[in-house]
Design a protein around this ligand. Structure first.
Ligand SMILES: Nc1ncnc2c1ncn2[C@@H]1O[C@H](COP(=O)(O)OP(=O)(O)O)[C@@H](O)[C@H]1O
Ligand SMILES: [Mg+2]
Length: 322
């Protein structure tokens, strides 16, 4: 199969990985990327992003100076639970509730600083320019509203399409995420669909307004491998065909290595390492090495898995950019 490498952030990998769902994906769905237009202009520029929560014992720094740019690429963010991945994604869209405080030197899609925007402007940015698929579905779908109405409402906010056109696009997107009977799902309430289908509905909903950037927070963690592969290939297509930028948050290193172009590794609210996804397995930072070594390997049985050790020096050491 032709392995395309026309994305501006470098090539894809052809060989699968053992021992994870990543290999399944790599083998089944990696394909060439003919339509990606290389562009040097980033879709998103994040500089010195911080998220703080006041607590009784002082300020808790949950995200501590994260900086990166996103092009028309698949950018993975990995790290153990609590490392600040979700907060990074949510703070880009200013979805951190008080008393949480977000600061940054820049959160800029297309040069506009979102921290200086009005809430009205933010509502326009959300969905139309940047969409996010949340990790926890319970906060995303309204239980007392039919799926179709929710999709229509989400689109009406952005006013990009007429009602009939929105409905057509909504049904098309439901179909695009492998929902075989979109008309039925359109009329269903969230409790009438399975978790996997709910996740696909969320993805469809985020895609209807056709955003430039999609932030997907563990979008496939709750799905079985077959559905996961379908969902990943849908997102893959969006990046390659529509030139969308994707931030793919995951704790699955093998999956990210197979699916993404570039990876940021987060530890304790900071990016400790950044590398090309296809060289993730040669990463050098001891934290990343620890994460890799604590992965189970199906082809190398071990009596015990390595336990991740942490060095306090990682908390504040400078980060080498790729
Ligand atoms: N509303 C909040 N108040 C206080 N601490 C929070 C809040 N939300 C998240 N945190 C803390 O911030 C850290 C990073 O959270 P999160 O970004 O959700 O991690 P991840 O997605 O990497 O698992 C965690 O230690 C979490 O407990
Ligand atoms: Mg999270």
């Amino acid at each position: 199969m032709n392995q395309g490498s026309q994305g501006n952030q470098g090539g894809r990998r052809s060989q699968g990985k053992e021992g994870s769902q990543g290999s399944e994906f790599a083998e089944k769905t990696l394909h060439s990327h003919p339509a990606v237009v290389a562009s040097d202009k980033p879709l998103l520029d994040i500089s010195n992003l911080r998220v703080q929560f006041p607590t009784r014992s002082g300020v808790f720094d949950a995200v501590r100076g994260v900086s990166f740019t996103l092009g028309r690429e698949r950018l993975g963010i990995v790290g153990e639970s609590g490392s600040g991945k979700s907060l990074t994604g949510r703070s880009i869209l200013r979805l951190i509730r008080p008393p949480g405080v977000v600061t940054a030197d820049a959160i800029k899609p297309n040069g506009e600083n979102l921290l200086a925007c009005t809430e009205k402007r933010m509502r326009d940015v959300r969905g139309r320019h940047i969409s996010m698929i949340m990790q926890d579905l319970r906060f995303s779908l309204n239980p007392v509203m039919r799926v179709g109405e929710q999709i229509m409402e989400a689109c009406a906010v952005h006013g990009r399409y007429r009602r009939k056109e929105t409905r057509r696009r909504a049904l098309e997107m439901l179909e695009a995420v492998s929902i075989r009977d979109p008309e039925r799902v359109f009329r269903a309430y969230p409790h009438e669909v399975s978790g996997g289908m709910g996740q696909r509905i969320m993805i469809a909903m985020m895609l209807v307004p056709n955003p430039d950037v999609l932030i997907a927070d563990e979008p496939t963690s709750a799905l079985d491998v077959t559905v996961q592969t379908q969902v990943l290939s849908i997102m893959d297509r969006l990046v390659s065909e529509l030139g969308m930028g994707l931030i793919f948050i995951s704790h699955d290193l093998n999956l990210v290595s197979a699916f993404c172009d570039r990876v940021l590794i987060m530890y304790a609210g900071r990016v400790v390492e950044s590398c090309r996804a296809d060289s993730l397995h040669e990463a050098t930072h001891p934290y990343t090495r620890g994460l890799l070594e604590s992965l189970p390997q199906l082809n190398q049985p071990r009596s015990r898995l390595a336990v991740l050790t942490r060095d306090p020096a990682w908390l504040d050491e400078p980060v080498d950019s790729p």
